[in-house]
Design a protein around this ligand. Sequence first.
Ligand code: GTR
Length: 381
Amino acid sequence: MAQIPPNYDESKVPDLILPDPFVSLKGNPILTREDWENFRRPEILRLFEENMYGQVPKDFDDISFSEVTKSQNPYSNTAILKEVDIKVSRKGKTHSMRLNVFIPKSGSVPFPVFLLINYKPADPSGKLVETDFWVVEELVKQGYATASFHAETVAPDDKDKFAEGVIGTLYPEQLDQKDGMRALSAWAWGAMRAMDYFEKESLIDAKRAVLVGHSRAGKAALWASANDTRWAVTIPNESGCGGAALSKRKFGETVQVINTSFPHWFNDNFKAFNGKEELLPMDQHMLVSLIAPRAVYFSSAREDRWADPKGEYLSMKLGSRVYSQIYGKTINFPLDFEELKEPVIQPFAGYHIREGEHDLTLEDWKSYMDFVEMNLGRKDK
Ligand code: GTR
C-alpha cells in the first residue's frame, strides 16, 4: 500500500467512532467494579495483547540481582549509586540487564522511586549523566530514588536485531506467534524486572513507584503498567501513535507509518490495521482505563504534532472516565484541548502540554513531581 502523507489538518480528521470501554464485546453494559475488574478489564487487556503489543510472558525459573561497580557516581554528594545486574533464567538460558539506581543519602527510608525506561543507547564510556532527560539531581533533592535501564539491554531497537536480547534468549517461541512478544513488550518486561528489584531493595518503597518513559519508551511504559499493577503512577511523555494518542484520529503518525518504520515494535497482527484504524476493536483511551485505579499522567509538547497532542489529551479525557464511572472518584478535565494553559494536576489523572518540541525536559519532570507528590505524598513531609 502506498504511504499516505501525514495529516496535520484538524478538519480532515475522520469522525471519531470509538469503542466504549463500558460495554463488553458481547454488548453488555459494565457498571460495577466487580464486572470491570473480573471481566471487562481482562477483555480489554487481551484486545491490546492480541491486536497490537503482543504478549508479555510472565514466567521464568529464576531471577537474581547483583551489584557491580562499573561507573563513577556523578551525583556522589547527594546520592549513592547502585549498578545492578538483573539476571533472569528460563529453561537453562540466562539474560542479563543492567539497572542504574540512585538513592538519596539522606531522608527517610524507604524512598519512593521514579523508573525511567531509557530508549537512548548507553554512553560507550559508561557515563550515567543524562542532563534534562533524566534529572537525577532534582529527583534526589526532592527525596526520590531514581533508576533507569537502557531499553537495548533488554531488546535492541532494531528491526533485524530486536530478538537478540530477552526474546530470543528466554522466550524464542514468541517469535513464531502472531501475537507474540516484540520490542515494546520486551521493554515493558524489563520495567517489570526493575520492579522485582525494587521489591527486594529495603531502601526503596516499591509501593510508591513511578514509571516514566519518553516517546517509544512511553508506549512501553503504558503497556508495562497495563500488565503490571504494581506501578503506583504511570507517566508516558509524548508517546504518540501506539502510546497515548488515539489511533483512529489518524493525525500525524499513523498505524501504517509506524508499522513500516518500526516493524519490530508491535506484533504481527497489528499490521492488518495499516490504513484501517477504523477496524481496530479498541483505541488508546482504553489503555488509560487499564491503569485505573492507579494514577496516570500524560504530557505533550505543542510542536510535537507527529505525536498528536490533541489525540493524547482526548484519550486521557475519555479513558479517565473509568475513575468516576467505576471507582466513584472525581476527575475533571473541563477544558477543551485548545483552551489548555496550565498543567492539570489532580488526584488520579493529569495532563500537561508545554511549549516546544518532542523531548523530555526539566519542565516536564517538575510537573511529574507535582503530580506524584499530590498522588503519593512523600514520607519525609
Ligand atoms: C519516532 C516515532 C515515534 C516516536 C519517536 C521516538 O520516529 O515515529 O512513534 O516513538 O520516534 O521514540 O522518539
